[in-house]
Ligand binder design. Structure first.
Ligand SMILES: NC(=O)c1ccc[n+]([C@@H]2O[C@H](COP(=O)([O-])OP(=O)(O)OC[C@H]3O[C@@H](n4cnc5c(N)ncnc54)[C@H](OP(=O)(O)O)[C@@H]3O)[C@@H](O)[C@H]2O)c1
Length: 312
């Protein structure tokens, strides 16, 4: 079967750059949106040029210029958006409505993957303020996509390993703790950690797959479904050092949201749902979903031990 032509929007971002690489690696004709608004951002430009050197085609278009966006979308079969949506970096999910409008007008797109790549927003009706904005906006996008009858796949990628594994799930740092570690409650809630390159690999695998059409694909690599305690033990075994554990009751953790900056409030809310409530693993995948490692058993995913070894 001929490989679909893929356009990545947000291709220089944290997950976007991996989607571009995975699309190229899996042999898709790969296009990357090059926005004139990048201005003097030479790092972005050089990354775009490196994609071009690897065989990608750069398409100049702006989300603020509908005609340019329609023209870009018309050149491909699949559009994947990796628009920013993490407040600790930047958050512009709503801009994707412009992409939906362009896809609607172009009328040729066989699959659209909008920027989700996290918890399943359809399971987060009850989410806490202010972090619920992430889920509300992702759901608004879903409604727009479905109302426009755009063929789609939703990717529920769970926790990007880089944000939550080497730091043993601590907030405000990406590095492993040296002496003490904060443990959420009893630390026994099951969480799912996924290597970011694997997120991209599974996403690209799904785009030409009829089994994933109009479904949610959950990334639940079995060996990476771990509790916080299990992640800590893995690090202790690797580093040869036992850390002091400080258990934080749920109420104290939630209270830490008060009088702090907005991105941290969002992060505390999300972590509460993940590490206390178990929102990544407290439901079974239904008829409207499928699990990525079962669909694509040939992918050798990265285990948490292997991932955190880099930080020794
Ligand atoms: N599961 C997890 O643990 C986890 C963690 C973090 C993020 N996420 C999710 O992953 C997705 C992507 O997040 P990310 O951290 O990879 O994003 P990011 O690197 O912060 O940004 C991605 C891209 O968004 C585009 N962008 C940002 N501001 C823009 C603007 N004003 N106008 C037009 N384009 C703009 C840029 O595209 P260009 O390349 O065109 O400049 C940027 O490279 C989000 O849905 C987020 O919620 C999940």
């Amino acid at each position: 079967m001929e490989k679909s032509r893929v356009l990545v929007v947000g291709g220089t971002g944290y997950i976007g750059r991996r989607l571009v690489q995975a699309s190229l690696a899996q042999g898709h004709p790969t296009f990357v949106l090059m926005r004139p608004e990048i201005g003097l951002d030479i790092d972005k430009l050089q990354m775009l040029l490196s994609f071009k050197a690897q065989g990608a085609c750069l398409l100049e278009a702006s989300l603020d210029d509908h005609a340019s966006l329609v023209a870009a979308v018309k050149q491909v079969d699949v559009v994947i958006s990796a628009m920013s949506g993490a407040h600790i970096r930047s958050h512009n999910l709503k801009l994707q409505h412009k992409l939906v409008e362009a896809i609607k007008e172009a009328g040729n797109v066989k699959r659209f993957i909008h920027s989700e790549f996290g918890m399943d927003p359809s399971k987060m009706d009850h989410a806490l303020e202010p972090g619920r904005v992430t889920f509300d906006e992702k759901m608004e996008l879903r409604r727009a996509i479905e109302e426009a009858n755009i063929p789609h796949t939703y990717i529920s990628a769970n926790c990007f390993a880089g944000y939550s594994c080497p730091n043993l799930c601590q907030l405000r740092t990406l590095l492993p703790p040296k002496e003490k570690v904060h443990v959420y409650g009893d630390g026994n809630v099951k969480v799912v950690f996924v290597d970011e390159d694997d997120v991209a690999t599974y996403t690209i695998k799904s785009i030409d797959d009829p089994r994933t059409l109009n479904k949610t694909i959950y990334l639940r690599p079995r060996d990476n479904i771990l509790t916080q305690n299990e992640v800590i033990v893995k690090w202790e075994m690797l580093s040869g050092k036992v850390l002091e554990k400080i258990h934080i009751p749920a109420d104290d953790f939630l209270a830490s949201m008060k009088d702090t900056d907005f991105p941290h409030q969002v992060a505390v809310g999300h972590y509460y749902h993940i590490f206390y409530e178990g929102c990544l693993t407290n439901f079974d995948i239904g008829e409207d979903g499928a699990e990525a490692t079962l669909l694509y058993p040939e992918v050798e995913y990265t285990r948490v031990d292997e991932y955190i070894k880099q930080y020794l």
